[in-house]
Design a protein around this ligand. Structure first.
Ligand SMILES: Cc1ncc(COP(=O)(O)O)c(C=O)c1O
Length: 400
């Protein structure tokens, strides 16, 4: 018997196929704005100096490779919780928040999905339209009913009114996933005033927010980006937060992140954490240790932390400048107004507003690669080649 005969091929991840097409493209002026990683002026995804220094320390001091516990390294959990919620967080003082270390933000999302399915049966899960495509599959694969609330309109504008109207009609008790900052894929973030309104709807409908925090430090700054998360943690008794250290610590392949859970009181946290450890045990047993050890080493040491904070700020500022530079380069083509949103968006990504046909032309005629939805990774832009990129964009969308 041939056991695997009836298993068909699944279409590859479109971003990975794009990476492969870029790799084999021999055009000398090719530009990769597809894959979602930070790139420096050399087009490389660097290892931060703070990470290298922490790794040197670990190499000398690490005494065992035995398993870490189900919740991972407690020091990592404490320090990451403080980074996310702030040192003066009421939830931390009340001991009603705990971190479970996970393989990246993706692992945290998957653990949250299992937690919801097992312990909040029947609750629907609401995602922004659009959202990071992996959100769709993670929650659906975990067996949750996935629905969508509007976020960005077909004319490429954030529509907060439509979002609030939709949230105020979803079933009581459902789970709503919110991007804390640097919305992926659009780059459109809510203002503080918008967040306050979302909070009111969340309270009125008794929704459970699940805040995805994958880009802390890439939007307006480390503290500023956490504003929405801290607002919700202060105002609500219960909250799920997924935190990723992939982008801000440059630890992508080390799979470092955590699921933070806020509960009504310290006693309930113990129950919830016992369940999370059980679920995690059946997913990955115990989390990978290295990335979390690096993060804990950095956050525990003032000097190393300062080095990291400076490096992260440099990355953030570079992306902001690239946004402004691209819009300026489009101005001579009469397109500054049309693409003004690029400098207002936050984080690495931009929903440019280019159509799938325009994206296809950019790839086929100019070897400029971006996702079919028109999402560009702004960090992939080479500042030396603003003119070339602006000319290509003008050519495909009728600029001067
Ligand atoms: C919105 C969002 N959430 C979560 C993640 C998870 O990141 P990782 O699993 O690499 O930590 C990403 C990564 O691209 C993301 O864009």
């Amino acid at each position: 018997m041939n056991h695997f005969q009836s298993i068909a091929r699944v279409p590859g991840d479109p971003i990975l196929s794009l990476m492969e097409a870029y790799r084999v493209d021999s055009h000398p002026g090719k530009l990769d704005l597809g894959v979602g990683v930070y790139k420096d002026t050399q087009g490389l995804t660097p290892i931060p100096k703070a990470v290298k220094l922490a790794e040197q320390r670990l190499l000398e001091c690490e005494t065992s490779k035995s398993y870490v516990g189900g919740h991972g390294d407690p020091l990592f959990g404490q320090l990451l919780t403080r980074l996310v919620l702030g040192a003066d967080s009421k939830a931390i003082t009340a001991q009603r928040v705990g971190a479970t270390q996970t393989p990246g933000g993706t692992g945290a999302l998957r653990l949250a999905a299992d937690f919801i399915r097992h312990h909040l049966p029947g609750r629907g899960l609401w995602l922004s339209a659009p959202t990071w495509p992996i959100h769709e599959s993670i929650f659906a694969e975990a067996g949750l009913q996935v629905s969508h609330y509007p976020y960005v309109d077909a004319d490429n504008r954030l529509n907060v009114e439509a979002m609030l109207a939709a949230l105020s009609h979803i079933p009581r008790g459902d789970v709503v996933l919110l991007h804390a900052c640097c919305h992926n894929p659009t780059g459109f973030d809510l203002s503080q005033a918008d967040w306050l309104r979302v909070l009111e709807v969340v309270k009125a409908r008794e929704l459970l927010p699940l805040i995805d925090f994958a880009y802390q430090g890439f939007g307006d700054g480390l503290e500023q980006d956490a504003w929405s998360v801290r607002l919700f943690a202060d105002a609500l008794p219960e909250l799920l937060i997924t935190s990723s250290c992939s982008k801000n610590f440059g630890l992508y392949r080390e799979r470092t992140g955590a699921l933070l859970v806020c509960t009504a009181d310290a006693e309930k946290l113990i129950d919830i954490r016992s369940q999370l450890a059980f679920l995690a045990r059946n997913l990955w047993s115990t989390p990978p240790a290295h990335g979390a050890a690096v993060v804990a080493t950095i956050l525990a040491d003032e000097e190393l932390k300062n080095v990291w904070v400076d490096e992260l700020e440099q990355m953030r500022v570079r992306v902001t400048r690239l946004r402004e530079g691209l819009v300026a380069a489009l101005a001579p083509h009469g397109l500054a107004q049309r693409f003004a949103h690029i400098s207002q968006q936050r984080g690495m990504f931009s929903y440019t507003g280019l159509s799938p046909a325009q994206v296809k032309r950019l790839r086929e005629e100019y070897s400029i690669y971006m996702v079919g939805s028109g999402r560009a990774n702004i960090a992939g832009i080479d500042a030396q080649r603003f003119t070339q990129l602006a000319q290509a964009i003008a050519a495909v969308c009728g600029g001067r």
